[in-house]
Design a protein around this ligand. Structure first.
Ligand code: ADP
Ligand code: ASP
Ligand code: MG
Length: 405
């Protein structure tokens, strides 16, 4: 008997018919002899709807209250699915993050899981009860509700699979696997059958939202095999696992894009030791992740500094930097929010040259200007104007011949 953690995303539980459909799917797996733990997202659009309501009350809602609000979406679906399972004659019970012992740090709206005490889940499983767990949520040491960042139900599922030493974690979503790029943008995108943790981690962190980055980190650390598949078909999906010789050593395996980016430019930064550290320490204190950083050559003791951050943190970052302007002696803080980061990912880049040149020339041929560039062993990222996102992704996907033959 295998122990499987199944996570169903927002579209899969988007209305009552779909919840009933998930219940039938779960029932089928149980009938085949698997022991299941089910993790759910909120209904599709619900987390956005709640966020918009908060924004109508205040421009900068308290993060603690946001978590209290956002965690409600998942409570609705877990209760409804448990009822649907009971209706099919199965024994099922819903659990919040707290009830299954998910303890996180204190960083509201993007908390990290610190520990999981899975006793309650083990007890349910031993009694033949199907636990239906709210994804995306936990509690901090004060028992305040926290959430794990957008897409966080993936992380709940993989973390529970690790804690329970499950045989497999299945992520059910609205596409039938991980593709060479977002199949909703490029119809020729090809499904990948098997992908290494390392490549998947890179793709997720560069914007392929099919899996939350933290979920891939957990999978890699605890060696949890993850299968991404559709809840609407019986297709096998994509296996995320350890790199092996069977995997195609493609030069480039995928193209990703991330629209949730903003570019901050600090004009007239004094060119002396300590200034950069003051600036980035202030940003880090707000738990804002800085990605690409570019500093121009200084002139007359002044320089310009640009860096990218998540767009969701832009307003907060600007406020912090404006507060620093006098102390540090910055002339101006500029914010560009209409930008996208497009990236090319592939382990094959380690041993091949020419990927950068091909990337830049392909974008240039379409008249797409590159504002920032960053590279690592297995990726190249370019910041471009947001309006060119789809064109850039399609252009690169074609240039590297990733589509269906
Ligand atoms: P869920 O609600 O099930 O968690 P998400 O919307 O978070 O679903 O993730 C699935 C979506 O990820 C797909 O609909 C697709 O548009 C997007 N996506 C982006 N990049 C990729 C990729 N490389 N492969 C598959 N899906 C991708
Ligand atoms: N409901 C949350 C979100 O929309 C978590 C998730 O779906 O994974 O981001
Ligand atoms: Mg998701």
């Amino acid at each position: 008997m295998a122990l499987v953690v199944q996570k169903y995303g927002g579209t899969s539980v988007g209305d009552l018919d779909r919840i009933r459909h998930v219940a039938r799917r779960v029932a089928q797996c149980v009938k085949q002899g698997d022991a299941l733990v089910v993790v759910l997202s909120a209904m599709t659009g619900e987390t956005d709807r709640l966020t918009q309501m908060a924004r109508k009350i205040t421009a900068q809602p308290s993060q603690r209250e946001m978590d209290m609000l956002l965690s409600t979406g998942e409570r609705v679906t877990i209760a409804l699915l448990s009822m649907a399972l009971q209706e099919l004659g199965l024994s099922a019970q819903s659990f919040t993050g707290r009830q299954v012992g998910i303890l996180t740090d204190d960083v509201h709206t993007r908390a990290r899981i610190r520990s999981i005490d899975a006793e309650r889940l083990k007890e349910a499983l031993s009694k033949g009860v199907i636990p239906v767990v709210a994804g995306f949520q936990g509690i901090n040491h004060r028992s305040d509700v926290t959430t794990l960042g957008r897409g966080g139900s993936d992380t709940t599922a993989v973390a529970l699979a690790a804690a329970l030493k499950a045989d497999l974690c299945e992520i059910y979503t609205d596409v039938d696997g991980v593709y060479t790029t977002d199949p909703n943008i490029v119809s020729e995108a090809k499904q990948i059958q098997k992908i290494s943790y390392e490549e998947m981690l890179e793709m997720a962190s560069l914007g392929a939202k099919v899996l939350q980055t933290r979920s891939v980190e957990f999978a890699m650390k605890y060696r949890v095999p993850v299968c991404v598949r559709s809840s609407f078909t019986t297709q096998e999906g994509t296996l995320v696992t350890e790199e092996d010789n069977e995997m195609e050593q493609e030069l480039v395996s995928g193209i990703t894009y991330d629209k949730n980016q903003a570019k901050v430019t600090l004009v007239g930064v004094p060119d002396r030791p300590g200034v950069a550290s003051t600036i980035f320490e202030a940003i880090a204190k707000e738990n804002i992740n800085v990605d690409m950083i570019i500093q121009n050559v200084g002139q007359a003791g002044l320089t310009d500094l640009s860096f990218t951050i998540p767009q969701t943190d832009a307003v907060q970052a600007k406020a912090v930097l404006n507060g620093l302007a006098k102390e540090v002696g910055l002339a101006e803080v500029l914010l560009a929010e209409q930008i996208t980061k497009v990236s090319i990912v592939g382990v094959g880049m380690r041993s091949h040259t020419g990927v950068a040149a091909k990337t830049f020339s392909s974008l240039a041929r379409e008249g797409i200007n590159i504002m920032m560039i960053s590279t690592s062993e297995i990726k190249i990222s370019c910041v471009i104007e947001a309006k060119y996102t789809e064109l850039a992704v399609r252009t690169l996907h074609t240039a590297f011949e990733l589509g269906e033959a």
